[in-house]
Design a protein. Structure first.
Length: 377
């Protein structure tokens, strides 16, 4: 490869790039990333690698004009024709074509050659971390796609299972799982270093947008006279037996265990335990508790929010979020600013300000569950 070769390939690339998310700077980042990753890989043909990196996205405009086209396939053939037209051998042009053809994340054709794997990893690194989130937002904006979709009840969807395109859908469909798709060890390591920045951004955006919707919808319900009452058992001791029986029916924990814990709550010897309910008149619509340990091996992570439940007829109305916020504020006033919560849910508690903390093993469970933490400001 001479400077003439590089300039020829670069000039052709520049003539094809018109996409803000897949612009020439993306191409240069992929090239520089591939050169860095390639330092640790044996048998790399640097001419093939550099050429493939520079030309890997030249089929983007065709895909934008016709969504049925695959930019990797189109770009691979364009690159082959360009190279053979300019006097490069068919073997070299075919190797470049193969790299470009297999670089796409959603392709059913995984990369095989060292150069193809390096191109794939370098291209995927540019979708990781803060850079990846920024580029995805640029692409969504260019396509006129929203940040998120709304669920049928009007809440913000976290993106899982969404059919309509949005930033949250793309995060759940592609960005969240990309970190396990690398072929080089160095690529895996660099992606891992960037991962938390992407997670933090997604969780913050979900939390901020969801909390606004939940609060606003609760405000409208209040205006319409439909507000649910949130109460503390310590203020409503007559709820002891019906509330204990309600939790027993929902979770299957012995009734006596709930009654004993509620007696401790009413005795007010310490800040923990506490029990709470969401009432619709005389009907228990939802409830939760705060106990020292919710049956798991991380005894140091205490106290725990437990037994979170909302009746099916009252779901999708933001009641769980209201209960969680009510409990966090109440416990803060009791001198407990940090709470933990063990669950198998994902992308649910984030919207209410909870952050994933670690995995913990539940008593009698086959595998670990997710431990969340919330610190009331």
């Amino acid at each position: 490869m001479t400077k003439y070769d590089y300039t020829l390939w670069e000039s052709y690339m520049l003539s094809c790039m018109q996409d803000s998310a897949h612009d020439r700077e993306h191409v240069y980042r992929v090239l520089y990333g591939a050169l860095e990753l390639g330092k640790d890989e044996p048998g790399v043909d640097w001419d093939v690698l550099v050429c493939a990196c520079l030309l890997h996205d030249i089929g983007r405009q065709e895909q934008f004009r016709d969504a049925s086209l695959d930019h990797a396939s189109v770009g691979a053939e364009k690159a082959y024709r360009f190279l053979t037209k300019h006097g490069y051998g068919e073997t070299f042009a075919a190797r470049v074509r193969g790299c470009i053809f297999t670089h796409r994340f959603r392709s059913e054709h995984p990369p095989e050659s060292p150069e193809a794997k390096l191109l794939f990893d370098a291209d995927k690194l540019d979708v990781c971390g803060a850079l990846g989130m920024a580029r995805t937002l640029l692409y969504n904006g260019e396509e006129g796609e929203p940040l998120y979709s709304l669920l049928p009840d009007g809440r913000v969807s976290p993106g899982e299972g969404d059919k309509e395109p949005s930033f949250f859908q793309e995060y759940k469909k592609k960005l969240e799982g990309i970190y396990g798709r690398f072929f080089t060890e160095k690529g895996k390591a660099l992606a891992g270093e960037r991962r938390q920045a992407a997670v933090n951004f997604y969780e913050a955006l979900l939390r901020e947008s969801s909390s606004l919707y939940d609060a606003g919808r609760a405000g409208l319900r209040a205006l319409f006279g439909e507000e649910i009452a949130l109460v503390r058992l310590c203020d409503r001791p007559e709820l002891r037996e019906p509330l204990a029986r309600w939790f027993h029916e929902k979770w299957g924990v012995p009734l006596e265990a709930y009654l004993e814990s509620m007696d401790d709550c009413l005795a007010a010897r310490s800040a923990v335990p506490q029990w709470y309910a969401a009432l619709d008149g005389g009907t228990i619509a939802g409830g939760l508790g705060v106990i020292e340990n919710d049956f798991h091996d991380r005894r140091d992570l205490t106290p725990n929010v437990c037994a979170v439940y909302v009746e099916e007829a009252y779901r999708c109305r933001g009641i769980a979020g209201q209960l969680l916020r009510f409990v966090c504020r109440d416990m803060k006033e009791r001198g407990v600013g940090t709470l933990y919560l063990l669950t198998d849910h994902t992308s649910f508690y984030e919207r209410y300000g909870w952050e994933f903390f670690c995995m913990a093993q539940g008593d009698g469970e086959e595998g670990p569950s997710r431990m969340y933490r919330h610190t009331e400001p």
